[in-house]
Design a protein around this ligand. Structure first.
Ligand SMILES: NC(=O)c1ccc[n+]([C@@H]2O[C@H](COP(=O)([O-])OP(=O)(O)OC[C@H]3O[C@@H](n4cnc5c(N)ncnc54)[C@H](OP(=O)(O)O)[C@@H]3O)[C@@H](O)[C@H]2O)c1
Length: 294
């Protein structure tokens, strides 16, 4: 039996790779995108494309209802839509902060809420929240991105325990770096305060953020953000992430947390070790008997 998927932000990057991989596996996909025309090249009788901006709660509910109407059931729901906001805390405006939370946190929340009554009725389903190693650790200038994903992980971990009795599974897919538009054209930046230039230099390799008020032009628009990407090691293609996701959804007993991406395991280990070091000097803190660190 083919599975049925629902994927947000499916027009490019990881969402597109997930969609293509699911179709290649013989599955049925309801893909959503802010601009559905951006998916016209993927025309396939097993693919339904619906318009959706995940920040719009009413549209989310209507679109999820429509998806269940079209396909009858959803086996795998992938909350993928999201972007990275870059800026030191005091550099970020209320609008920028709210938009980051509206997309990465509330967007995932609304889609999850909208799907739950349907998933409970069918007595099954796997909700996969596309998270990041940045939801285990944190990075200067990425505080609001970190916060949006940490918050999303918080409710999702509770949700996993709430819905297990209904046969519904929840997994936080903690992605490492992949070569998408995430660190390029999708990234949004604060208005810089010069005092933070050394932090920018250290973290991003640039003393100033790209100017968000300048209209994109093919000549210059990607240049500053490409510099962000250049600072990172060669990142794997989104298809590598899709292979990891397929492995995850093929697992009959998927874990709550799954790290996907080369190098990502090391980043999670380092973040957890840093946290352990914070507690280790506390004489009242002891590791549970039997754990590796007891
Ligand atoms: N790539 C990485 O290294 C990496 C690492 C960790 C986690 N992630 C996470 O992976 C997910 C996908 O990112 P990506 O790497 O594929 O980046 P991407 O290439 O920039 O794609 C982002 C997708 O999200 C969509 N999106 C953004 N805001 C939306 C909104 N309000 N409503 C609906 N769709 C919206 C975009 O749609 P438009 O085309 O309309 O903008 C696009 O389809 C994100 O949640 C990201 O945080 C990525």
């Amino acid at each position: 039996m083919p599975r049925t998927w629902f994927v947000t932000g499916a027009n490019r990057g990881l969402g597109r790779a997930f969609t293509v991989a699911a179709l290649a596996a013989g599955d049925i996909v309801v893909a959503t995108a802010r601009d559905p025309h951006a998916m016209s090249d993927l025309a396939d009788e097993r693919l339904t494309v619906l318009p959706l901006d995940v920040r719009d709660r009413d549209r989310v509910f209507a679109t999820v209802d429509k998806a269940f109407e079209v396909t009858g059931r959803i086996d795998v729901l992938v909350n993928n839509a999201g972007y990275g906001l870059v800026g030191a805390l005091e550099e970020l405006t209320e609008d920028r902060i709210r938009d980051q939370m509206d997309t990465n946190f509330y967007g995932v929340l609304w889609v999850s809420q909208a799907a739950l009554p349907h998933l409970r009725a069918q007595g099954s389903g796997h909700i996969v929240q596309i998270s990041t190693v940045g939801a285990v650790g944190s990075l200067p200038l990425f505080g609001m991105y970190n916060a949006s994903k940490w918050a999303m992980e918080g409710f999702s971990a509770s949700l996993a325990d709430e819905v297990r009795p209904f046969g519904i599974k929840v997994t936080l897919a903690q992605m490492g770096g992949f070569d998408t538009d995430w660190a390029k054209s999708s990234m949004k930046f604060a208005e810089g305060i010069s005092a933070y230039s050394p932090v920018r230099e250290a973290v991003l390799g640039m003393r100033d953020y790209p100017d968000m008020s300048v209209a994109p032009s093919t000549e210059t628009s990607t240049e500053p953000t490409e510099r962000v990407a250049e600072n990172e090691w060669a990142e794997p293609a989104p298809e590598v992430a899709a292979a990891g996701l397929l492995q995850l959804v093929n697992d009959p007993n998927p874990p709550l947390r799954r790290i996907i991406g080369p190098g990502a395991h090391q980043m999670v280990a380092m973040a957890l070790e840093a946290r352990r070091q914070d507690y280790v000097s506390d004489p009242e803190f002891t590791w549970p008997a039997g754990s590796a660190d007891s």
